[in-house]
Design a protein around this ligand. Structure first.
Ligand code: NAD
Length: 296
């Protein structure tokens, strides 16, 4: 009989599926719920249990992990008669790993406290590959004791796991992460178009660039997307649009200027308006190509 905490996992998408599977590999018993039947089948095939509702999934869980797209979905699964707070047992630990507004995390922690449920915000960085390889960076907001309790489980999902401060802090750090990633992708995309139009061998150029100060995890992870024009997500432009909204809004609230971030937020919004919202965020390359005269 396993002595590990019993886990409920809500949201088995691009990230949630491989992450929950890593918990199963680490010996956890995982009961999951998500909206797509094929994802539930995948969980069952990996050794987990597919639930028919949130209530069924969380009823006897010690730890509940959530990984859904944005604040409205977190609110939908947390609140109301069918939600997590009504159906989880008092004393359970809720780890929300979705990337949402810091205020939603603060409000959720307060509402959960009234039900005796502890909460951590624990958004991640590292993409689908980082999720599969269990090497995510996990930025956590909440109480030290809850972080300590969650740490062994988070160790099965990631490599760099840091308590950043009180509730909402993990989300604030994640917002900064998304700012850096978007600006970095945009710079790489501009470099790719410049290099190609200059007639330089792109593979050679990106290899040597990645060995110097211009190198980055973005370039390492997205190089093949650029080279092959492969924009299968990955991380969807729709989600990065959401995150650029979070960071520009949060920065305005604290009086921080993000001039370059604001421009890149507009480029992400424009890409989405042109129908590319379902593509990987490396598709920012398409917008630079269009601005440089390509008919895409
Ligand atoms: P996704 O769209 O692939 O998956 C989201 C899942 O949430 C879906 O399976 C859906 O069924 C489920 N869901 C939505 N509403 C639900 C509800 N009411 N009840 C139950 N399940 C529900 O998204 P993703 O790419 O896995 O991203 C999840 C979160 O992780 C987002 O906040 C995203 O910003 C963040 N993130 C994603 C990546 C990435 O590379 N994809 C990287 C880091 C962080």
């Amino acid at each position: 009989m396993s002595t590990l905490p019993k886990v409920a996992w809500i949201g088995l998408g691009i990230m949630g599926s491989p992450m929950s599977e890593n918990l199963i590999k680490a010996g956890y018993s995982v009961t999951g719920f998500t909206l797509e039947q094929d994802k539930l089948d995948r969980l069952a095939a990996a050794g987990g249990t597919a639930a028919k509702s949130i209530a069924e999934a969380v009823g006897d869980a010690d730890v509940i992990v959530t990984m859904v797209p944005a604040s409205p979905q977190v609110e939908a699964i947390a609140y109301g008669p069918d939600g997590i707070l009504e159906n989880a047992r008092s004393g359970a630990l809720l780890i929300d790993m979705s990337s949402i507004t810091p205020q939603t995390s603060v409000d959720l922690a307060k509402a959960a406290e009234d039900k005796g449920i502890r909460v951590l915000d624990a958004p991640v960085s590292g993409g689908e590959a980082g999720a599969i390889e269990a090497v995510l960076s996990i930025m956590v907001g909440g109480e030290q004791a809850d972080f300590d309790a969650a740490k062994p489980l988070l160790d099965a999902l990631g490599k760099t796991i840091v308590l950043c401060g009180p509730h909402g802090s993990g989300q604030t750090v994640k917002a900064a992460n998304q700012l850096i990633v978007a600006v970095n992708i945009q710079a790489c995309a501009e470099a790719v178009v410049f290099l190609e139009k200059s007639g330089v061998d792109l593979t050679a150029a990106l290899d040597v660039l990645n060995g110097g100060l211009a190198g980055s995890t973005v370039l390492t992870r997205k190089k093949d997307n650029f080279l092959n024009r492969d924009f299968k997500p990955g991380f969807r432009i729709d989600l990065h649009h959401k995150d650029m909204g979070i960071v520009t809004d949060a920065a305005r609230n604290v009086g921080a200027a993000l001039p370059v971030g604001a421009v890149v937020a507009q480029l992400v919004a424009s890409l989405r308006a042109q129908g590319d919202g379902g593509l990987d965020h490396s598709a920012l390359l398409r917008s630079v190509e269009r601005l440089s005269g390509a008919q895409l």
